[in-house]
Design a protein around this ligand. Structure first.
Ligand SMILES: NC(=O)C1=CN([C@@H]2O[C@H](COP(=O)(O)OP(=O)(O)OC[C@H]3O[C@@H](n4cnc5c(N)ncnc54)[C@H](O)[C@@H]3O)[C@@H](O)[C@H]2O)[C@@H](O)CC1
Ligand SMILES: [K+]
Length: 512
């Protein structure tokens, strides 16, 4: 699903209005009707105090239409107009009149008004600012927002949490509504997925307000949300007359004394994702444990006992995963430097290999093009330098990826894969996956997909999705805390099955 910028959302609104030959207030009515139906379906007439805080733009207009509908259906409402500007939108004004026609008289809050009482048992509707926010709210509006947050009342935000800009970080974090639930129109907003801003929209849902589908389909976006519909077409089915050679020979290079487990996890993951053959390249100390723990894998060792000092592979691997548990010994750095120059195989670069690159920046130019780098935020910072906001981080990481023609996978709650100027935002995974070895599993999975012929960006996007899904299935059985990396590997098969599971409704229609 595409993630639009605010500018693109306004264009989609405009295009819808033109194509359907409707007025903008008809679109507002449609949007707010969806809001009302969502609330009505849950409240079913329950007499609870609903306090609606409406700005003076179209987000406020949505709030006013919602207020009218709630009132018409007998709900107990109290409307506050947050009067932060005299530039009221036409549709706001129109709906203010309609509300008054229905004998609802809002209270106007200005910079010299006191703060209204809000009880914890109230429901607050937050329609103060929408996607039109373009500067920091005035202090008195910010204080009102902080007051709403402090009330602990259930806060339902219309479109976005008020005070949260759509295309940048907030100017003042305490002036942003901490929504209990966001009902956002039509398309997801990037801020829902970034660590800095995602917490304001803890739970969110999209309401389909029928924006111009053709316009949405043809608009190119900087970011895309990756769910099952985006993943399924990327899947490469296995053919009946295939053999293990069909699915590639991956090599996992890594490990050092005390960190051989990382390679075991990566090898297991690589095999479980469907790779035909897997060879591990480890220091001598890893030989026995690897042969025992992963009997399906072959093992090559170098001359040193505890570290990798040379990387010699007597065949051409189909794909390589390098770095897990590898350490940063001087000789390992040299081995990596030599290997990068000579390797032609598609490559996943992770963990200590990334740290070596950060500390030996002259090696960056030797990374084979289209390699996949999988940093977590600390590793990314070492590679691209510090940032002051998530948006700056994304810009810097994109420039880095473009400069060296790489795929960069920024790991996090919503892992983002950057490739060719675009960001692919993952939707699977859970906090239980913040555990030792989880990244090693991802490296093995992506290397295994590369080996099977998935193009690099697809291997990364598909691998990240499947890894998160395996983690979700693992968590559903084990809970977050007990989820270990090896459990993620154990659930890769179920994750594949889940990809192809028919929705329940379809299953009932077509029982077999
Ligand atoms: N355009 C459309 O046709 C539709 C718009 N909808 C709603 O319209 C919203 C966008 O409406 P608007 O563009 O009116 O913008 P907002 O309602 O988000 O903001 C109101 C106006 O306040 C001004 N403003 C921005 N930051 C300010 C600040 N810090 N202090 C004081 N004033 C500030 C801006 O001029 C802005 O236009 C969406 O979020 C959505 O809720 C929906 O009704 C669906 C249809
Ligand atoms: K809002």
């Amino acid at each position: 699903m595409k993630i639009f910028s605010s500018h693109q959302i306004y264009q989609a609104d405009k295009s819808t209005i033109q194509k359907e030959q409707i007025t903008s207030d008809a679109l507002m009515e449609r949007a707010a009707t969806q809001l009302f139906e969502w609330m009505h379906a849950r409240l079913r007439g329950t007499q609870v105090n609903i306090k609606l805080f409406c700005g003076i733009g179209n987000n406020g207009g949505d709030g006013l239409v919602l207020a009218r509908k709630l009132h018409e259906h007998g709900y107990s409402i109290h409307v506050f107009v947050v009067n932060y500007s005299d530039k009221r939108s036409e549709d706001f004004l129109l709906n203010l009149e309609r509300l008054k026609d229905g004998k609802v008289w809002p209270d106007f809050i200005n910079n010299d008004s006191g703060l209204p009482n809000i009880s914890e048992s109230d429901i607050v509707v937050d329609a103060i600012f929408g996607i039109g926010l373009n500067r920091v709210p005035d202090d008195w509006v910010g204080n009102l927002i902080a007051h709403i947050n402090a009330s602990n009342a259930f806060t339902l935000s219309v479109d976005v949490p008020s005070g949260l800009p759509v295309d940048r970080s907030p100017w003042e974090p305490s002036y942003v509504i901490r929504s209990s639930y966001v009902l956002s129109f039509q398309l997801p907003k990037l801020i829902f997925f970034l660590p800095e801003t995602g917490a304001y929209a803890n739970q969110w849902e999209l309401l389909d307000i029928g924006l111009d589908a053709e316009f949405i389909a043809k608009t190119e976006t900087d970011f895309e949300l990756i769910g099952r519909p985006e993943i399924l077409p990327k899947y490469r089915p296995r053919s009946k007359f295939s053999h293990k050679g069909t699915y590639g020979h991956a090599v996992i290079i890594g490990g050092s004394y005390g960190k051989i487990g990382a390679v075991q996890l990566a090898c297991n993951a690589c095999l479980s994702v469907g790779c035909g053959l897997v060879t591990a390249v480890v220091p001598k100390c890893g030989y026995h444990s690897l042969q025992t723990a992963v009997p399906e894998a072959m093992v090559l060792t170098g001359s040193r006992d505890k570290i990798i000092s040379r990387i010699e592979i007597p065949f051409s691997p189909t794909a390589v995963g390098i770095g897990v548990g590898m350490g940063k010994d001087e000789d390992t750095v040299q081995a990596l430097a030599v290997y990068l120059k000579g390797s032609g195989a598609p490559m996943v670069i992770d963990a200590d290999a990334l740290n070596i690159l950060s500390e030996n920046r002259d090696l960056l130019k030797d990374i084979p093009e289209m390699s996949i780098l999988t940093p977590h935020p600390k590793e990314l910072e070492r590679l691209i330098g510090p940032w002051t906001s998530d948006f700056e981080m994304l810009d810097k990481a994109k420039s880095f990826a473009d400069r060296y023609n790489l795929v960069v996978v920024i790991k996090g709650a919503h892992t983002i894969t950057l490739y060719n100027g675009k960001g692919y935002v993952n939707t699977t995974g859970n906090p239980g996956m913040a555990t030792a070895g989880s990244g090693d599993v991802l490296t093995g999975m992506v290397a295994g997909l590369l080996a099977q012929g998935y193009p690099p960006a697809e291997a990364a996007i598909f691998g990240v999705y499947l890894h998160g899904l395996a983690g979700d299935i693992g968590a559903s059985k084990n809970g977050y805390e007990a989820l270990k990396a090896s459990i993620i590997v154990d659930n890769i098969g179920s994750a594949y099955s889940e990809l192809f599971r028919k929705p329940e409704a379809e299953q009932k229609e077509n029982p077999r």
